[in-house]
Design a protein around this ligand. Sequence first.
Ligand SMILES: N[C@@H](CCC(=O)N[C@@H](CS)C(=O)NCC(=O)O)C(=O)O
Length: 255
Amino acid sequence: MLELYHWEPNANSGKPIITLKEKGVEFTSRYTDLLNFDQHKPEYLKINPNGTIPTLVHDGYMLAESSQMGEYIDAVFPGPPLRPAEPVERWRMRWWTKFFDIFFGPSLSMIGWSIFVGPMVRQKDPEELRQAIERIPLAERRVAWTEAIYNKFSEEELAESLRRVIHGIEVFEKGLANRPWIAGSSYSLADINAFCMVYALPAMQGEHCNEQKTPRILDWLRRVYARPAILESFKLGRTPLAERALDVIRQIGAT
Ligand SMILES: N[C@@H](CCC(=O)N[C@@H](CS)C(=O)NCC(=O)O)C(=O)O
């Protein structure tokens, strides 16, 4: 029995979805609507008491943390290997995974929460929102939600996030020199991880991520978008975030 509790096929939820699709592993998709606070409901907290998404449930185990989930899926299920065997390539895969998880991802996420999640959720009844915030189990997530709902991200925080995103784009562009995939010769979990963060950059940060400034990222994006697992994964999306991927495909001429 393999179940994946996930939200949209991007950021953290995208990692296990794309990994499972890439390996051709059948799973039960449990769409968990982050904008409806499904992840804080009692039935979900029985599965993952931290109230975060995604969560993988397999053979009675509950596995959280999307990047480590990818390693588990690759180790346990058949299908094309997504962890390079060669030690330097495996090190590079983990280096880039960490870079996207702790440097690039959180900054991009803060911008995303300020322009997408906050405005979408703010439409709800204020009392309902107050109660929803109270139910959040992790203090740091309560802070993030409070900032998003009440539009409390400071200009300094957003400017610093944008600086990190722009710097991250430059670092990533350099990282793609001299090798077809992030870790080296083969498509790996690092490419999946990066794609989940970067897939919409030509639309969201077109000034900094475009054919002239970042040709290697654009070329890499076209090759990742061309993989059948990617479009299959976006079919699990239910918000405009998934449609945005289709817009980017048209914009950059990916198939
Ligand atoms: N480090 C965790 C982060 C999980 C996480 O924070 N996920 C976000 C969605 S991308 C979430 O659950 N947010 C809902 C909330 O905070 O209520 C992972 O990689 O799985």
